[in-house]
Design a protein around this ligand. Sequence first.
Ligand SMILES: Cc1cc2nc3c(=O)[nH]c(=O)nc-3n(C[C@H](O)[C@H](O)[C@H](O)COP(=O)(O)O)c2cc1C
Length: 376
Amino acid sequence: MTVDLSITVNGMKFDNPFVLGSGPPGTNGKVIARSFDLGWGGMVAKTFSLDASKVINTAPRYAKHRGRESNEVIGFQNIELISDRPYEDWIDDCKQLKKNYPNKILIASIMEEYNKAAWQRIVREVQETGVDGFELNLSCPHGLPERKMGMAMGENPDIVEEVVGWVKEVARIPVWAKMTPNVGNPTVPAGAALRGGADGIAMINTILSVTGIDLKTFRPLPTVEGHSVPGGYSGQAVRPIALRQVMEVARANPGVEISGIGGIETGTDAAQFMLLGASTVQVCTGAMLRGYEIISELKEELGKFMTDSKFTNIREFVGKSLPYFTTHHDLVDRQKSAREAKEAARAASAGGKAQARDVETWKGDIAKETSGLVTN
Ligand SMILES: Cc1cc2nc3c(=O)[nH]c(=O)nc-3n(C[C@H](O)[C@H](O)[C@H](O)COP(=O)(O)O)c2cc1C
């Protein structure tokens, strides 16, 4: 059986559903080109804005959460901002990439201040480069919110709806809204983005976190001149939280295109996001830790899952596990009915055995009664 890994989402044809997520893997045109060569289906470039001079990064800006017994990195924290490369460089990179890779999907991740003119200018200018779609970064949880950007917008449903609306007024290509997980109910901002006209939802961005404290210096990590800020947590450890949030948004918005993100490192991780409603998946930390070459493994593992489960294309199983979520009350009812059905079956089978015994007894009695008779 041959499986087809390609998928068309909002009119964008991905030759496979694996997209490198916005971050270090898409930091400039050169690395994006290399990822296309390696076989990634799509790329979301590192987020950029009109004025890179306002973006000043710190060093260090990463901290790792390792397993107690193994040295494996299970969680990863960053306090990295959006791209500090000049806007004009990004415009050139996008043009060049679309010229050299017309059939690969390139999504521009953009972010601006709460200013309609700025958002509409960046959308107009960037779509002229030929990029296939936009991802609106309404979700970076550190640094940018101090300028009322990123998560400062994404956690406020009214602003989400308004900003997506500004973008949709001028965008001629698909627009995904990238959502923050740092809210109680992810369906509220996602619903606002869809009301604003978003064509799809990308989720999740990183989870606000403090990775740890250095017990010799008492300073939080990562430490910059003795101080720190809470950062964005990603990697394997966030996957269960991301799966839950994707499931909630998929159930609340049947049929909506979701790009699933958060701790995906294998093809079977990806399959789980798809079963919960994602049609594409994005990988950021996994590619940083394991190398961009993992794309071959990811495709192979997803292909094997599909062959084993007899799926020939991805749409056949997007959202297939969603009906198996219910309420606690319903779980209790189902458990009670199952127990009652089992007891009834046991009683019926005991009754059946008793009946069978009665027939045996009756046959025995007949045999006894007739044993003295001679028939001829
Ligand atoms: C170092 C680093 C930088 C990131 N920069 C961005 C960014 O510029 N824009 C954005 O939308 N998300 C950014 N992210 C978030 C990722 O795209 C992704 O949503 C998140 O890390 C969860 O996925 P993962 O576990 O596969 O990394 C960044 C993540 C990391 C680790």
